[in-house]
Design a protein around this ligand. Structure first.
Ligand code: XMP
Length: 515
């Protein structure tokens, strides 16, 4: 295992990302947690010091324990991590002045000193583009170190102590703007003797062992939404502890066509996972009657969800754990300089506050994974691709795709239109190119003519976006033919809709959902 000590950089997660891509298992831990005892226990085979916002010149600034240097394992220091390493080992760091601070693109030139650490670097014109972001800089390297690369603002851009296998760079090799950065990580892990053979299969085995150790013979409840994260978590936990797991699937009546049946069939019938199907559509739709404000909708659904979940969960005897599909990016276990690491859990799981309220402990077997790794684990566990590749679906469901008042009639029409639209996207082979696609039914009726008659039906909007994380998004550039064909199909096949529009707003300024 490789340990990344987090000193609070914004991009620490990217270091983990790069290492995972090289099939090396690593864990990020905030520096406050990394004590001598911690190092003893974890016994990492290599350590990386991340960057960070503090200045090593400041009294009391974050440090690794001395034991990190004494373990005899390779260490790589990045940016702040480099400065810490130099200062700790007898070099010097100077406070940034305007002339020496560097932010953004820079070029590092080779000094000609040979080292496996810079294999594959400095080809061609002997320089590499890197991303710098530092105020302070190293002014004197520690004894035993040599300079492998320099830049105008960082004379000690790449340094190495070959005897101890300590490496330190002033720039950020993990970011996109250091195009050849992955190569440095590859060289580093090779120096550290990693074979790069960590696989999802290995992760699965480790995760199962951990779940068993944590849970013992106690009962676990898992809220299943039908989304990828909770589904993978449920299947994994079931593999670990079998029928000690019970899933609760809250059906709020705001799901898509056929969705509830699919979820129940998949988990209860295919996987034999004990599943409570909480069919509470009446309750939710009743409480939502007359509600048109988007935030009131969300709050109402969130509140009912907790009540319902609690009601069903309390029927499960001896339950001590609540399973959640929390992912790595949801866990901000970064350095907080005001006091200790802070952990934030995905709030849109709609079970926020539940663990405390019910006195349950959390089981979160996906906490170390990124979204695409969760998908890979799902495939490893044999979940069908059609399930794994699903577009995200919001907790409040169709409620936020039905601007204005929610009625059963509108929901029925919306479900049918959405099914036709998604079918069109699949038929044209576009589903996997799109991050999220859906129909919103608009709270207006418009006049149309069908056959010889006048119609007065609802208008709807199609939405399809590309995105990486949902934070920003662009509309998907369908062809006019596709849009025309889809509009015709919806109007012909869905009674109640006589006008179809396509939403071409990006995010920002729009949001992906309509509410
Ligand atoms: P917006 O509309 O904010 O959506 O651009 C970004 C992503 O988040 C989803 N979303 C939600 N998910 N509860 C959820 O679980 C919510 O209240 C909620 N609102 C938006 C949305 O579907 C998109 O993937």
């Amino acid at each position: 295992r490789l340990l990344i000590i987090d000193f609070g950089s914004q991009v620490t997660q990217l270091i983990a990302r790069r290492l995972r891509e090289l099939n090396v298992y690593c864990e990020i831990h905030p520096y406050q947690k990394v004590t001598d005892a911690f190092l003893q226990e974890m016994a990492p085979r290599a350590i990386i010091f991340s960057g960070g916002p503090d200045s090593v010149m400041r009294e009391g600034s974050p440090r690794p324990p001395q034991a990190a240097y004494d373990l005899g394992v390779p260490i790589l220091g990045i940016c702040y991590g480099q400065q810490v390493m130099m200062q700790d080992l007898g070099g010097r760091v100077e406070a940034g002045e305007h002339a020496t601070a560097e932010f953004g693109r820079a070029y590092v030139t080779s000094t000609g000193v040979a080292s496996g650490f810079v294999d594959g670097w400095f080809a061609g014109d002997s320089r590499e583009q890197v991303w710098m972001s530092h105020g302070d800089h190293v002014s004197e390297i520690a004894p035993g170190f040599e300079v492998l690369g320099t830049s105008p603002g960082a004379p000690f851009a790449i340094t190495a102590d070959r005897a101890r296998n300590f490496y330190a760079v002033q720039f950020h090799p993990e970011v996109h703007h250091t195009p050849n950065g992955a190569r440095l990580y590859e060289n580093f892990i090779r120096q550290a003797g990693f074979k790069g053979d960590w696989t999802m299969g290995a992760y699965r085995e480790e995760a199962i062992a951990k779940i068993r150790a944590q849970v013992g013979d106690k009962q676990v409840i898992c809220g299943l939404s039908g989304g990828v994260d909770s589904s993978v978590a449920a299947v994994l936990i079931h593999e670990a502890i079998g029928d000690q797991l019970t899933c609760v699937f809250v059906d709020h009546g705001l799901l898509r066509q056929g969705e509830a049946d699919e979820v129940v069939a998949m988990f209860r019938d295919n996987y034999n996972i004990p599943l409570i199907h909480a069919d509470e559509a009446e309750l939710f739709l009743g409480e939502l009657e007359g509600v048109s404000d988007p935030e009131t909708k969300r709050k109402t659904i969130g509140r009912l969800f907790i009540d319902v979940f609690q009601k069903y969960a309390s029927q499960i005897e001896g339950a001590e754990f609540l399973a959640q599909g929390t992912l790595y990016p949801d866990v901000i276990e970064s350095v907080s300089f005001s006091g200790g690491p802070s952990v934030t859990i995905k709030s849109h799981h709609n079970v926020g506050g539940l663990p405390e309220k019910m006195g349950l402990k959390l089981v979160e077997p996906l906490r170390e994974l990124f979204k695409d790794e969760v998908r890979a684990l799902g495939r490893e566990l044999g979940l069908p691709q059609s399930f794994i590749g699903r577009h995200p679906f919001p907790g409040p469901g169709l409620a936020i795709r039905c601007p204005g008042e929610i009625t059963r009639e509108k929901l029925d029409i919306l479900r049918k239109a959405d099914a036709v639209y998604i079918d069109q996207i699949r038929r044209h082979g576009l589903y996997d190119d799109i991050w999220q696609a859906f129909v919103a039914i608009l709270p207006v009726r418009t006049v149309g003519v069908m056959g010889d008659g006048r119609t007065y039906d609802f208008a709807c909007a199609l939405r399809a976006v590309t995105s990486v994380d949902g934070m920003t998004a662009d509309y998907y550039p369908f062809t006019h033919e596709f849009l025309g064909e889809t509009a015709t199909r919806i109007i012909n096949e869905v009674k109640g809709i006589n006008r179809v529009t396509y939403d071409i707003t990006s995010k920002p300024p729009g949001t992906i959902e309509w509410e």
